[in-house]
Design a protein around this ligand. Sequence first.
Ligand code: S5P
Length: 276
Amino acid sequence: MPPPYTLAYADRATRHKNPAAKLLLETIHRKRSNLAVSVDVTQSSDFLAIIDAVGPLVCLIKTHIDILEDFDSNLINKLVELSKKHDFVIFEDRKFADIGNTVALQYSSGVHKIASWSHITNAHPVPGPSVISGLAAVGLPLGRGLLLLAEMSTKGTLARGEYTDDAVRMARSNSEFVIGFIAQRRMDGLGLGPSEAKLDEDFLILTPGVGLEVKGDAMGQQYRTPDEVIRQNGCDVIIVGRGVYGTNLKDVEAIRQRAERYRQEGWDAYLKRTQS
Ligand code: S5P
């Protein structure tokens, strides 16, 4: 049997047991889109207008809900309405990194109540397995999924080598809730460590640090193309922020056109990978 990650998104969707992972794989297949747009803006009106424009073209919208200056709980209702209207999955990029008890409270409570609306969230493996059990206590009963940050896109990242390997081991021990990784490649290119791999495991690799026009920014971000990420490094989803929303947040038609370009390049790279 071939490892699940080599199969088409649609086949992986039918086999996956976690509801959030299943939904993401089904959405990618249905919309022919492995593009996630990261909407890192500070005003709710821009946030909603951008999501309404790119929504039809994406499998997933990634949020940093804590950077919105005019957040109120009605915004969440609007975000959820848009996710239904345009058929996309929601991923709050919260990067939890504390003891189990604290992350459970941060995930369920406070102003944002992330677990109540975000299908997927993520955590740094740095605290060890208790960060997963704390979040799973809240998220599993709701059918949510967790990504571990096994690698980062930034210059000088400490998430490499043994740290990355241990993140994979932590995921393997908690695969009911951990659905994959934020990483730069399908680790080792052969399926997350062939010696320890279980035949039926299917972790999703979501990859930020994607840009077509520039190679990085002034604050340590590094970009690669959709082809490098999806075809050459075996990742499943490209995450694009500024490459899509750019600097003029009011020009939603240009934003939509850039999203379509990334969608097309990401999908072509996937077809090349699976058909070669
Ligand atoms: O390693 C990482 C992990 C993440 S989640 N590098 C990243 O850039 N991210 C996030 O992806 C980051 O927080 C931001 O929201 C997005 C990249 O944005 P862009 O504008 O550079 O495409």
